[in-house]
Design a protein around this ligand. Structure first.
Ligand SMILES: Cc1cc2nc3c(=O)[nH]c(=O)nc-3n(C[C@H](O)[C@H](O)[C@H](O)COP(=O)(O)OP(=O)(O)OC[C@H]3O[C@@H](n4cnc5c(N)ncnc54)[C@H](O)[C@@H]3O)c2cc1C
Length: 318
């Protein structure tokens, strides 16, 4: 039976949700599913990873994996790969995992398929090309096969299992302790996290000026339980931080409701939000591509509609 590994990021003792999504998918593939978790809190995290289908969790709580960027984890993984020979290793498309997967691929010589949104078997993955416009199935090659999977590609579902914990004891050479993490900065947000929010309110270049993002904050506050996102155009313009960016090179969201203000609907943006249950778009151009995927389209000036919407919601909520 093919051995499928999931690399699980554990941050501040919490398992990254994307690891649970990928474990759920890995179970479907029918192999022997195992997980690797490196850094403080990993041994405790094994319980949850077991509940989502990992039969074994290779775990180390060593601070070295949190203190130094990617190199120690890639080294430890490579040592584990040599010992246990997994067929396929799945990573989430997150900052650290991307870095580690790339370094592992350089060491093993396997091809690394990035940005996958489905895994069709132990040797086949599905991704998009041409800026998200065309879906392609790709054959994975090498031993082990390595793929980076976009968060939110699968619904996480617990299977109720229990994992054996295998302690990872790999010596990390000093020359792999070079890129030290000196500070961690968490973006402050008053509402829910963008990727977890049930309602996402997003703004694009049509908002005209950075100061108008304040209107989106006010709307999110009036609705409640909503997060604010943005297009790359406005992130690149420096209106909002990168953490707001939704799309191919940003965060993927799958909220119940997605409201887009002044967003044209470029494929690179759509790929990050098209999984929303209901899409509402406000754009003054009736031919804007966003209307092609919107459940409700409003042709109008976002800067006139937003203040009225905020007032209306406040009045109705009393
Ligand atoms: C490799 C690559 C990766 C990319 N990754 C991403 C990504 O992750 N996320 C992303 O978002 N983009 C990404 N992009 C950029 C993407 O192609 C678009 O350029 C971007 O999404 C456009 O942002 P926008 O809709 O805010 O701006 P625009 O395309 O300029 O659209 C602005 C819209 O606002 C409307 N408008 C103007 N004034 C008003 C008003 N007063 N009221 C209402 N509507 C108004 C206009 O009609 C227009 O439709 C990527 C591009 C490349 C090449």
């Amino acid at each position: 039976m093919a051995k499928i590994w999931v690399f699980a990021e554990v941050n501040n003792g919490k398992v990254d949700t994307a690891a649970l999504e990928i474990l759920t998918k890995a179970r479907e593939l029918g192999g022997e599913v195992e997980a690797v978790a490196l850094g403080p809190g990993s041994t405790d995290a094994a319980k949850e990873l077991g509940q989502y289908g990992a039969t074994t969790v290779y775990a180390s709580d060593d601070e070295v994996y949190a203190d130094y960027v990617a190199q120690p984890a890639a080294h430890a993984l490579h040592e584990l790969v040599k010992e246990h020979a997994p067929e396929l290793i799945l990573f989430a498309t997150n900052y650290d995992s991307r870095d580690i997967a790339g370094r592992l691929s350089a060491r093993t010589g396997s091809t690394l398929m990035s940005n996958c949104f489905d895994i069709l078997g132990t040797d086949k993955a599905r991704t998009t090309i041409f800026g998200g416009a065309t879906v392609v199935d790709v054959a994975l090659e090498g031993t082990p096969k390595i793929a980076l999977v976009r968060p939110k590609s699968f619904e996480p579902e617990a299977s109720g299992g229990e994992a054996n914990v295998m302690p990872v004891e790999v010596d990390i050479p000093d020359d792999l302790k070079k890129a030290k993490r000196v500070e961690r900065h968490e973006e402050q947000a008053s509402g829910p996290k963008l990727e977890e929010a049930p309602i996402v309110i997003s703004g694009g270049r049509g908002l005209q000026d950075a100061s108008n993002f304040e209107l989106l904050d006010q709307l999110a506050g009036a609705i409640g339980n909503a997060a604010v996102g943005a297009t790359r155009a406005v992130v690149d313009a420096g209106w909002v931080p990168y953490a707001y960016q939704i799309g191919q090179t940003g965060t993927t969201v799958k909220p119940g409701v997605y409201i887009a203000f002044g967003i044209s609907g470029a494929t690179q943006h759509i790929v990050g939000m098209k999984g929303a249950k209901t899409i509402i778009a406000v754009n003054k151009d009736e031919d804007a591509p966003i209307f092609q995927i919107a459940d409700l389209g409003i042709v109008g000036d976002a800067l006139k509609i937003l203040p009225q919407l905020i007032e209306e919601i406040k009045t109705r909520k009393g």
